[in-house]
Design a protein around this ligand. Structure first.
Ligand code: PEP
Ligand code: MG
Length: 315
């Protein structure tokens, strides 16, 4: 019965007037990749590799990593799979990279920052990703979580290049990266906006705290303005900008993201059919108009209400 509720969509995401928007899936392991393929995902926009090793106290060997990555790539032959390097820290501690005590883990040595302390862990992972990519047919892109500066981007792109990984990108989930998207995307091949953390850091509201849910809302106009700034940087450098946070799974917000210039949306496989249906009923110019309305709103509630009212398909 549960399987029956997971509707699929066929083929390729597009707006009513045919503008392509790749609809991708967020996965954490082989089972997730199989579910994503079954739901019709065009590829993987976020492979959360840390999910493969949450119970590990020691760094997994390169061989162990290759064995974890290959089945995910194998589920999408000829398709794009965006592999995120370990996003350890805060809500996802990995003892082999984040063992130290910190007063503010969400603001601490997490994500790409762990490579300051243990650069070899990143290099081993890139080696494993390169080996897995060499053994499977998927089109492998690699991205780093929690990038905040141009220098971090340069270092990550160089580390990928040393392992022969040419499609190296960054996640935009720290407001500084959104504001510097132009120079960052002069170095990186692509950006993927992590709206969960971007919202947490823009609003200074812990994403796990239910009592602050009104602040932890990606409809907050301040968050939308950071997304707009990221897309502007992407357009300046002619680099693709995707979204892989929960925002991509909200059909009305997906319309706004497309209107802001996002070219791919990556989400839980369950959400693909609903997002595809709303985009298919809305043309690009309408997406742009509704994006303007949302960005110009003065509250998350106003933005959400105005956009939903402008989308009869959701009624
Ligand atoms: C995000 O922050 O939006 C994101 C996609 O990454 P994660 O949820 O894994 O932190
Ligand atoms: Mg994140």
């Amino acid at each position: 019965e549960r399987a029956a509720r997971v509707r699929t969509f066929d083929g390729a995401g597009r707006t009513a007037d045919g503008h392509r928007v790749a609809l991708l899936a967020n996965v954490g392991d082989q089972a997730g990749a199989a579910a994503a393929a079954a739901a019709g995902a065009e590829g993987v926009g976020l492979f959360r590799t840390e999910f493969c090793f949450l119970d590990h106290t020691q760094e997994p060997s390169v061989e162990e990593q290759v064995a974890a990555y290959r089945p995910v790539l194998a589920a999408f032959p000829g398709r794009k799979v965006v592999v995120r390097t370990l996003d350890a820290g805060a809500d996802k501690p990995l003892p082999f990279v984040t063992a130290t005590e910190e007063a503010n883990p969400a603001l601490g040595v997490r994500g790409l920052r762990t490579a300051r302390r243990a650069p070899e862990v990143l290099d081993h992972q890139l080696e494993a990703i390169a080996q897995a990519a060499g053994a499977e047919d998927a089109e492998v892109w690699v991205m780093a979580p929690m990038v905040a500066t141009v220098a971090e981007t340069e270092e990550f792109v160089a580390a990928c290049s040393r392992r022969g990984l040419g499609m190296a990108g960054v996640m935009v989930e720290v407001p500084s990266a959104a504001l510097l998207a132009g120079p960052i995307l002069a170095r990186a091949q692509f950006a993927s906006i992590g709206t969960n953390d971007l919202t947490q850091y823009a609003m200074a509201a812990d994403r796990l705290l239910g009592s602050l849910a009104d602040l932890s809302d990606s409809w907050q106009p301040a968050v939308l303005r950071l997304i707009e700034a990221t897309c502007r940087g992407g357009a300046q450098q002619a680099r693709p900008v995707g979204v892989c946070g929960e925002a991509a799974a909200d059909p009305a917000l997906a319309v706004v993201l497309v209107g802001l210039g996002v070219s791919s949306l990556s989400m839980t496989p369950r959400a693909l059919a609903d997002v595809a249906a709303v985009l298919a009923a809305t043309d690009l110019e309408r997406c742009r108009e509704l994006a303007r309305v949302a960005v110009d709103a003065e509250s998350a509630q106003d933005a959400r209400d105005a956009v939903r009212a402008g989308l009869p398909v959701l009624a």
